[in-house]
Every structure is written in structure tokens, then in C-alpha cells.
Design a protein around this ligand. Structure first.
Ligand code: SAH
Length: 222
């Protein structure tokens, strides 16, 4: 089904995808590699068919199980923050969801490790990685609060759901020179996207912009 979708709508949506990428440029995304991967990646196959006509709008959309696919601008922004600040050999993503952000990461890095707590979403994402021939992605069903110590240290970590505080295991699993982009919910309920870097002197952190993500939740659902 997914493969049929790829061959069918994929071709005709190239123009809408180019339009989306031009909109991302207008909104300030500058990294040509990120823009090029987003221009090539068929976002519609990550979305339920009933909503796929909206796949190239710059908006988040429901993907089932109360979760969402992130807005393209946010995917581009988070990816650009990591790509423009250092190495992208080993990248950890927390919150695979439908797998769209994972696929964009695969286009700008050597290896991607991705963790999802909801097994049903993960299974769908994995079948999309296969359909797109993305072989550099390793997935795991688990609780992203704990990170993936066996595969650490990571050059880059991206968290696509918001905790109230940055989980310490994720900080521990960053390489020196490694960066993390993560949305954090403050006590008032607002969320800010943070960019952290682990230096020899310690952690350097800055708030990037206001965002809205689903919450990072503990435990797993099978
Ligand atoms: N990157 C995704 C965004 C999905 S929404 C995309 O492009 O579609 C965030 C995802 O994080 C959801 O699928 C949710 O189930 C997952 N999530 C929330 N808490 C988690 C945790 N502790 N560990 C792993 N995944 C988690």
C-alpha cells in the first residue's frame, strides 16, 4: 500500500513539495542540505490517507494514538540547528512517531538511532523506512527518558516530545562537542525549544523559540 502510494502520488506531489520548501526558505531556513532532503522526502506517506491531501501544508497533523507529525518548519529548524553546529555521525532521536523527522535525519547523518514508546506507531514507521530504502536507521521500542546508553555517545540528540526538564541520561549520552535540541515545558505550561552543547567546560544552553509539542511520557505501550 505504502509502495503504491510512493509511486502514485509521489511523482505528482513534487511540485507541492518544492512549494513547501520555498515557504521554509521564506520562514528563514537556510541549510541547503536540509532543504534538499525535505524537497525529496514524500511527507504524504507518513500520514493517514484521509489527511494526505494536507501533507505539504506547513502544519502539524494527527497520526493516531493522540500523537502528531511535527510541522515541517519545526522539523527543518531542529534539523538545521544540529547540522549547522557540528558532526552528524551518530544521531539519537527520541519520539519516532510516524518516522518523518527520522527520515529527514537519515538524509543528513551517517546513522540514526530512534526510540518510540508506542509500538503500533513504531511498526508503521519501520515499514515506511523500508519502503523508502532507508538503511541507516536503527529503531527501538522503549522509554526515551533513558536514552540508549549502549549506542552512546551521540554527536546529536533530537527530542520530539516535551519533558518538564531535560532528562539527565540524555545529557550524559552526548559526546563532547555533541548537541541536543529539545522542547521543554516550563511551569507556566509554555514550551521553549532549547539547543544545548556539551563542551569540555560543561553544558552551554540557549532558548531558540517558542514551540508546541506533545508531552514526553514515561513507560511504553505495546
Ligand atoms: N518525530 C515525530 C514526532 C512525533 S510526536 C514525527 O515526525 O512524526 C512525538 C512522539 O514521541 C510520539 O510518537 C510519542 O509516542 C513519542 N514519545 C513520547 N514520550 C516518549 C518517550 N518517553 N520515549 C519515546 N517516545 C516517546
Amino acid at each position: 500500500m505504502i509502495i503504491k502510494n510512493l509511486a502514485g502520488i509521489g511523482m505528482t506531489s513534487q511540485r507541492t513539495r518544492t512549494r513547501l520548501v520555498n515557504r521554509l526558505r521564506d520562514k528563514g531556513i537556510e541549510d541547503e542540505k536540509v532543504l534538499s532532503v525535505m524537497e525529496q522526502t514524500p511527507r504524504h506517506i507518513f500520514i493517514d490517507e484521509a489527511l494526505s491531501h494536507r501533507a505539504y501544508e506547513d502544519t502539524s497533523l494527527p497520526i493516531g494514538m493522540g500523537q502528531t507529525i511535527s510541522q515541517p518548519y519545526i522539523v527543518a529548524r531542529m534539523t538545521e540547528l544540529l547540522v549547522s553546529s557540528g558532526a552528524m555521525n551518530d544521531v539519537l532521536e527520541i519520539g519516532t512517531g510516524c518516522g518523518y523527522q527520522t527520515s529527514i535525519l537519515a538524509g543528513v547523518s551517517r546513522r540514526v538511532y530512534t526510540i518510540e514508546r508506542i509500538l503500533a506507531l513504531q511498526n508503521q514507521a519501520v515499514s515506511r523506512f523500508k519502503a523508502l530504502n532507508l538503511h541507516s536507521i536503527t529503531h527501538r521500542h522503549g522509554d526515551g527518558f533513558l536514552g540508549w546508553s549502549e549506542q552512546s555517545p551521540f554527536d546529536a540528540i533530537i527530542v520530539t516530545a516535551a519533558p518538564d526538564q531535560i532528562p539527565q541520561p540524555l545529557i550524559d549520552q552526548l559526546a563532547v562537542g555533541g548537541r541536543m535540541v529539545i522542547p521543554v515545558t516550563n511551569p507556566g505550561g509554555d514550551q521553549q525549544l532549547h539547543l544545548l552543547e556539551k563542551t569540555t567546560e560543561g553544558i552551554v544552553s540557549m532558548a531558540v523559540e517558542n514551540v508546541r509539542f506533545v508531552p514526553l511520557l514515561g513507560g511504553t505501550i505495546s
